[in-house]
Design a protein around this ligand. Structure first.
Ligand SMILES: C[S@@+](CC[C@H](N)C(=O)[O-])C[C@H]1O[C@@H](n2cnc3c(N)ncnc32)[C@H](O)[C@@H]1O
Length: 288
């Protein structure tokens, strides 16, 4: 079973997250207005963001509730990003802008918080949320994290929340992170990862080939070991990939979900999904 090709993946991502942004614009009090996904999983008590409860109250002060509710992340990268006033921070796949808005407040008026996202509707929503927050030291761009629209060595900290797994060509993403970070710059990334190795089964191959599972931040996830290797191969030091949360299969891919999942042996499915977890990834670009 083949992995979906790059063009198909990107087009599905833009369709899916564009629809999310549109639903959020239409009903800002809702999470996303549908029930299809992992990164914004519905609960028995109503829509609830995957990242609910992960942000410190001090970080959320002054952040519009709509930005908080529109978050589709899987953990809180601010918990590991040691930001300082005056820094330039870049958020890869900034979505509705929550992490950029928080970063803008943390780096202060002498710093800048940048967000890049493939989905134009998400960029428009993030700009609206930043305006509502009254924050001006932000800039959002439509762009691809595999070909970043920023100059070499122009960024102090690269952040990201539940996005690297969605990239089609992971090596390009790490090339670009290494290019835009200044020497000594750091990364603070939250992402879904595979703990250990997936079993060599037909079910695992079906999952990895499924476009819906890809868009749900599952099928394209790297193993912990692949994440570390990409970073060390790109000259990063102090690399740390730390699993911080485990998820149930229903959190990762809530119903309604692909037919192959419902048809799978429940024990085998549970074992397969138990490999997926949220992780914090820290590293520093070498000082040269
Ligand atoms: C799961 S959402 C996370 C959004 C945001 N980081 C948050 O925490 O709410 C994934 C986001 O990544 C964006 N994205 C996916 N692939 C991308 C790529 N190759 N380049 C830039 N953005 C991408 C999507 O458009 C979407 O807004």
């Amino acid at each position: 079973m083949a992995t979906p090709d790059t063009r198909t993946v990107k087009s599905a991502i833009v369709d899916r997250y564009g629809a999310r942004a549109a639903a959020q614009q239409a009903d800002p009090g809702s999470c996303c207005g549908d029930s299809e996904t992992s990164c914004c999983a519905p609960t028995p008590t109503g829509p609830q963001v995957f990242s609910t409860g992960l942000y410190a109250a001090e970080h959320l002060a002054g952040v519009p509730l709509t930005a908080e509710l529109a978050s589709l992340g899987c953990a809180n990268p601010h918990a590991l990003a040691d930001l300082a006033p005056g820094q330039t921070v870049l958020d890869l796949g900034s979505g509705a802008g929550l992490d950029v808005i928080i970063a803008a407040k943390r780096v202060g008026p002498s710093g800048r918080a940048l967000g890049v996202d493939l989905t134009p509707e998400m960029v428009a929503l993030a700009e609206q949320n930043a305006r509502d927050a009254g924050i001006s030291n932000v800039e959002f761009r439509v762009g691809d994290i595999e070909d970043l629209p920023y100059a070499d060595r122009s960024v102090d900290v690269v952040m990201s929340n539940c996005v690297l797994n969605l990239a089609s060509t992971k090596r390009d993403v790490f090339d670009e992170i290494a290019r835009v970070l200044r020497p000594g710059g750091r990364i603070a990334v939250a992402d879904v990862v595979i703990d250990g190795e997936l079993p060599a089964t037909e079910l695992a191959a079906t999952l990895r080939a499924d476009l819906f599972a890809w868009g749900s931040c599952i099928a394209g996830a790297l193993t912990v070991s692949e994440f570390s290797t990409f970073l060390t191969d790109h000259g990063f030091e102090h690399v740390d990939v730390d699993i911080v949360r485990r998820h149930t299969a229903d959190e990762l891919l809530p119903p309604p979900r692909p037919a192959w999942m419902d048809a799978a042996d429940p024990g085998e499915l549970r074992e397969l999904m138990s490999h997926y977890a949220s992780a914090f990834v820290r590293a520093a670009r070498a000082e040269r």
